[in-house]
Design a protein around this ligand. Structure first.
Ligand code: 173
Length: 508
C-alpha cells in the first residue's frame, strides 16, 4: 500500500500493459487504472474504441466525449484498481496510438498562417480544416444527410439586400444591446456546441474566458466536454451565462440539472426541441468507419450497441423523443429561469410558444445537423415576424418574447440582417470552435475582434448609430422564400451522376 490516500497499491505501466485483451482489459484515465473487462459490451460507444486502448492510457480519447466523472460513476468501486505509478509512465504510453496522425498535424500547425493574416470568420474554417484532428473536423463540420440545409443556412443570407441610409452623422456608432435583459457588447451570443475538447484541450473554457473578455454571453451545452461546474467556475462572478438543455428520459435527472444550473446563477434555459433523435451526419460516420481496422471489427463485434453511427449518437441516447408541449408547464414549475425553445422552425410553433407564455424562441435547424431541407432560421424569422404582426399585433423586437436566430452566420452583415428583421440577437457556433481549435485563446479573441470591426464599419455604411436604428426598412428580404435562386449544389448526387452521351460517330 502506498501513501496515495486511496488505500490501493500503485500499479505499474507494465502491469497495466499485460491486461490488453477482451478477456482482461485495463485502461488508464487521468492517472487511475480501471478494469473495464465486464463493461466493454455496456459501453454506449461500443467495445472497440475501448479495446484500442486496452492496457494503455486512454485519457486523450476519453476527455472530449465524457464528463470528467463518467468513468468513476459508471464503474463499480471494485473496478477502480488504483493510481498508476507515475515513475513507470513513459511518453509512449500517454502519446496514444495516433502519433502518426499527430505528427502530420503538428507539421500543419507550424505551417498555419499567422493570426494577423486571418481576416474573416471564414478564414478560421479554412485553417481548422487543415490543422484539427481529423475526427474533430469531421464531427464539428458535419451536417445531416446531403448537407443541403447546412449550406442553405449561409446561402439564405445572400437573398437579403441592404437599403442603407446616408448623411446621418455616423461618427459614433454603438452595437451593444441587451439579451433577455442582460448587457451584451454585440447582438451575438456563443451558442451551445457539444464536445469542445475535440478541438482544443481547454474545450469550452476557451469560450467562457473569451466571453468575459469581450462582454458577450455564452450558452453552456448539456454535452460539453468540460463539466458544467468547471465552466461556471471559470466565469467571472458577474458573468452572464445561459444553459442549453437536452431533456433526459429520466425527468428527475433533468430536474436536478436545471435546478443546479439555476442555483449556480444561470440566467436562461434554452431547451433544445429539434433533436428528438440525432440526425445522420455522414461525414462524421464515414470518417470513423474508414479509420477502423477491419481485423478489429470482427474481433470486437460482439457488442450490441450500434457503433456505426459515431460517438455523438452513442452519447445522445438519453435524449427523450417523447418531449412535448405538455412538458413545458413542468419546466415552469421547477425553475424561475426564463425559458426559451431552441430549434423552432415555423411560425405556428413560435406562436404556440408565445401563447404559452415562454420567454422566447431560437429559430434554428441545429446548424443543418438535424432535418435536411429544413429552412434556414433567417427565412423562418421573416414569416414569424409577419405572422405575429398579423395574428397578435406584435411588432418585433419586444422585451417579453425575444426571437433569436442561428445558423450560417459568418459576418456582421448577416447579424445585422437578422436584427433589421426583428431578431434580438444571433447565435454563432462553429466559427468560434474553428477559431480556438486553430489558434487557441488568441484565435477566439481575434474572431470576436473581427466581428466588432465589421459591426463598426457596417453600421456606419448602413446609417444606423444604434441597434434600435437597424430597422426593417433597411433590408429587402422580398426574395427570402424563393428557393429557386442559390440553392446549393447537391455535391454527392452530382458526383455520382453519369453524363448521358450522344451517339458515337466513328472516325472515317
Ligand atoms: O449537433 C450535435 O452534434 C449535438 O447536438 C449532439 C447531441 C448529442 C451528442 C453529441 C452532440
Amino acid at each position: 500500500i502506498d501513501g496515495n490516500g486511496s488505500g490501493k497499491r500503485l500499479l505499474t505501466t507494465q502491469e497495466v500493459a499485460a491486461h490488453n485483451s477482451r478477456e482482461s482489459c485495463w485502461i488508464v484515465v487521468h492517472g487511475n487504472v480501471y478494469d473495464v473487462t465486464e463493461f466493454l459490451d455496456e459501453h454506449p460507444g461500443g467495445s472497440k474504441i475501448i479495446l484500442k486502448y486496452a492496457g494503455k492510457d486512454a485519457t486523450q480519447e476519453y476527455d472530449p466525449i465524457h464528463p470528467p466523472d463518467a468513468i468513476t460513476t459508471n464503474l463499480a468501486a471494485d473496478k477502480h484498481l488504483g493510481p498508476i505509478d507515475p515513475s513507470t509512465v513513459e511518453d509512449s504510453v500517454t502519446d496514444g496510438p495516433s502519433s502518426e496522425e499527430d505528427r502530420t498535424r503538428l507539421a500543419r500547425i507550424s505551417a498555419r498562417p499567422r493570426l494577423s493574416e486571418i481576416l474573416s470568420l471564414h478564414d478560421f474554417e479554412a485553417v481548422a480544416r487543415r490543422v484539427m484532428p481529423e475526427k474533430a473536423w469531421a464531427y464539428y463540420s458535419s451536417a445531416a444527410d446531403d448537407e443541403i440545409t447546412h449550406r442553405e443556412n449561409h446561402a439564405a443570407f445572400h437573398r437579403i439586400w441592404f437599403r442603407p441610409r446616408v448623411l446621418r452623422d455616423v461618427t459614433k456608432v454603438d452595437w451593444s444591446t441587451t439579451i433577455l435583459g442582460h448587457r451584451s457588447s454585440m447582438p451575438v451570443y456563443i451558442t451551445a456546441t457539444a464536445l469542445g475538447k475535440l478541438g482544443h484541450p481547454d474545450g469550452e473554457l476557451n469560450l467562457t474566458r473569451a466571453a468575459a473578455r469581450h462582454g458577450i454571453i455564452q450558452m453552456i451545452p448539456t454535452l460539453a466536454s468540460c463539466s458544467f461546474d468547471e465552466i461556471v467556475n471559470a466565469a467571472r462572478p458577474d458573468q452572464v451565462l445561459f444553459f442549453q438543455l437536452y431533456v433526459n428520459k429520466d425527468r428527475s435527472i433533468t430536474k436536478r440539472i436545471v435546478q443546479h444550473a439555476e442555483a449556480r446563477g444561470i440566467k436562461a434555459l434554452f431547451i433544445t426541441v429539434d433533436a428528438p433523435q440525432l440526425g445522420r451526419r455522414e461525414k462524421d460516420m464515414r470518417q470513423r468507419f474508414e479509420a477502423e481496422d477491419p481485423s478489429e471489427v470482427s474481433k470486437a463485434g460482439q457488442g450490441n450497441t450500434d457503433r456505426s453511427q459515431g460517438a455523438a449518437r452513442a452519447i445522445s441516447s438519453f435524449i427523450d423523443p417523447g418531449l412535448s408541449w405538455a412538458d413545458l408547464d413542468w419546466f415552469r414549475s421547477i425553475t424561475k429561469m426564463p425559458l426559451v425553445l431552441k430549434g423552432v422552425q415555423c411560425w405556428e410553433d413560435a406562436l404556440e410558444a408565445y401563447d404559452r407564455g415562454l420567454d422566447g424562441v431560437v429559430l434554428s435547424n441545429h446548424g443543418g445537423r438535424q432535418l435536411d431541407f429544413a429552412r434556414s432560421g433567417i427565412e423562418v424569422l421573416v414569416e414569424v415576424v409577419a405572422k405575429f404582426k398579423e395574428k397578435r399585433g406584435v411588432n418585433f423586437p419586444i422585451d417579453t418574447f425575444q426571437v433569436f436566430v442561428d445558423g450560417g452566420v459568418r459576418r456582421a452583415t448577416d447579424v445585422i440582417k437578422a436584427i433589421a428583421l426583428g431578431a434580438t440577437a444571433v447565435g454563432i457556433g462553429r466559427p468560434f470552435l474553428y477559431a480556438y481549435s486553430s489558434y487557441g485563446a488568441e484565435g477566439i479573441d481575434k474572431a470576436l475582434q473581427i466581428l466588432h470591426d465589421e459591426f463598426e464599419m457596417n453600421m456606419r455604411l448602413l446609417g444606423s448609430r444604434t441597434i434600435r436604428e437597424i430597422v426593417p426598412e433597411m433590408v429587402d428580404a422580398s426574395n427570402i422564400h424563393i428557393h429557386t435562386v442559390s440553392v446549393p449544389a447537391d455535391n454527392l448526387y452530382e458526383g455520382n451522376y453519369e453524363k448521358l452521351l450522344g451517339a458515337h460517330i466513328r472516325e472515317v
